[in-house]
Design a protein around this ligand. Structure first.
Ligand code: URA
Length: 427
């Protein structure tokens, strides 16, 4: 049947359902370059505004999987386990988690992405380690997995190529925050990657793409359904993203904090979420008796980290890049930090150079925001609250605009109810 992009766009723009044939055609034609970026951007916006039915999402995901190859880890002696986060601010969890789960006996093929909107990307973070390479051949991925137990790398060009193009396009066209587009993007990669089990970290709150628990639950259920239908044991945790995870948002800053966690220290929320996700992954991989807290404490997770970074050309002992310029934001009043907004901090880090404005832009390794206090902490007026880092100081003013309402400080003695890190589990 003859198809054209304009009819597909108009069908979704007018609130209709796309047929299986329309979906298969548009994904294939976009991957081949026959449908232009501007047409796909219009279709993405129509999907964001009008949504998709479950069967449309399932077909869209299947078409994205079919746009490329599928990997096969069946030759590995260990069970495979993977996790994917829907994206947050300061979400560096993959960095300590992958080596930790490998240290407990699973194989962790962590095919990761770059920053999207105000959220950071695992590959951008790891590229701040001198020498580290994100791009590995399929043979290299298998060999690092076999030898080290964990690999964090870019999905190869052959894996869900439709997602690669869509992901970069959505990042710069305001079309990220859509349940069908996020669910299909994540699950097409994970199913094509061939992991046996998958734990999803679905973020909720201002710094997440899903702002409410209801939306996050819907996204989690959609993804768990897609995974289960494709034979992948899939579990989701809904986790808080109203404030950044840990004390850093920005590439090299987050690598430093992850290494602190692997060394047995690091912020309590990062450690708690790393351990919660590790337990889910080990359980899903059929290793329920492994003890991730012990592997963090006894240095075995750090050992795997060092071997994993070296296997990808990185120097785990090299100094990380530091920013040329810093600007300190101080507390406007004395009291208890009642709110430190994840979205505002994410936007500030992005404006400082940690993220991209156009899909071909480079990121600054050292740019980002360092937090000196978290919700619940007492602060005195004038004490440092945030340090902004960048190599290009003309960015400070724009970043500071994003932070104008980022923090509430409550009077002394005001009641503060901390939000738990893990909010809900969906299986
Ligand atoms: N992570 C992805 O891989 N895709 C999205 O759309 C959002 C987060």
């Amino acid at each position: 049947m003859a198809m054209d992009a304009v009819s597909v766009i108009r069908a979704k723009r007018d609130g209709g359902e796309l047929s299986a044939a329309q979906i298969d055609w548009v994904i294939d034609a976009y991957t081949r370059g026959e449908v232009a970026d501007y047409q796909m951007a219009a279709l993405n916006m129509a999907i964001l505004l009008n949504g998709m039915e479950r069967h449309e999402i399932a077909r869209w995901t299947a078409a994205m999987i079919a746009s490329g190859e599928r990997m096969n880890f069946s030759t590995l002696s260990r069970p495979t386990a993977d996790k994917h986060s829907t994206g947050g601010v300061g979400d560096k969890i993959t960095l300590p988690l992958a080596p930790l789960v490998a240290a407990c006996g699973a194989a962790v093929p962590q095919l990761s992405g770059r920053g999207l909107g105000h959220t950071g990307g695992t590959l951008d973070k790891l590229e701040s380690i001198p020498g580290w390479r994100a791009r590995l051949s399929n043979e290299e991925v298998l060999s690092v997995l076999d030898g080290v137990g964990a690999v964090i790398c870019a999905a190869g060009d052959g894996l869900a190529p439709a997602d690669k193009k869509l992901y970069a396009l959505r990042d710069v066209t305001g079309t990220v925050e859509s349940i069908p587009l996020i669910a299909s993007s994540i699950m097409s990669k994970k199913i094509a990657e061939g992991t046996g089990s998958l734990v999803l970290d679905v973020k909720v709150g201002s710094g997440a793409f899903m702002k409410t628990v209801e939306d996050a639950r819907e996204l989690a259920r959609t993804m768990v359904g897609l995974g289960t239908d494709h034979g992948v044991k899939t579990v989701a945790l809904l986790t808080d993203m109203s404030t950044p995870l840990g004390l850093t948002a920005g590439n090299a800053l987050e690598v430093r904090e992850s290494v602190e966690v692997l060394a047995g220290g690091g912020p309590a929320d990062v450690v708690e979420l790393t351990l919660a996700l590790a337990r889910e992954m080990l359980d899903a991989a059929g290793l329920p008796d492994a003890d991730p807290a012990k592997a963090l404490a006894d240095g075995s997770a750090m050992d795997v980290w060092r071997r994993m970074i070296s296997a990808q050309g990185g120097d785990p002992d090299a100094a990380l890049p530091t920013s040329r310029e810093q600007h300190v934001v101080t507390a406007a009043a004395s009291g208890v930090v009642a709110r430190l907004d994840a979205y505002d901090i994410g936007v500030a880090a992005w404006r400082l150079g940690a993220g991209r404005a156009r899909k071909e832009d480079p990121v600054q390794a050292a740019a980002g925001v360092e937090l000196h206090a978290k919700p619940g902490d007492r602060v005195e007026q004038g004490q440092p609250l945030l340090t902004l880092h960048t190599d290009t100081p003309d960015r400070f003013e724009y970043a500071l605009e994003a932070l104008a309402n980022a923090c509430d400080i409550a009077a002394q003695g005001a009641e503060f109810n901390p939000t738990p890190v893990v909010l809900e589990r969906i299986a």
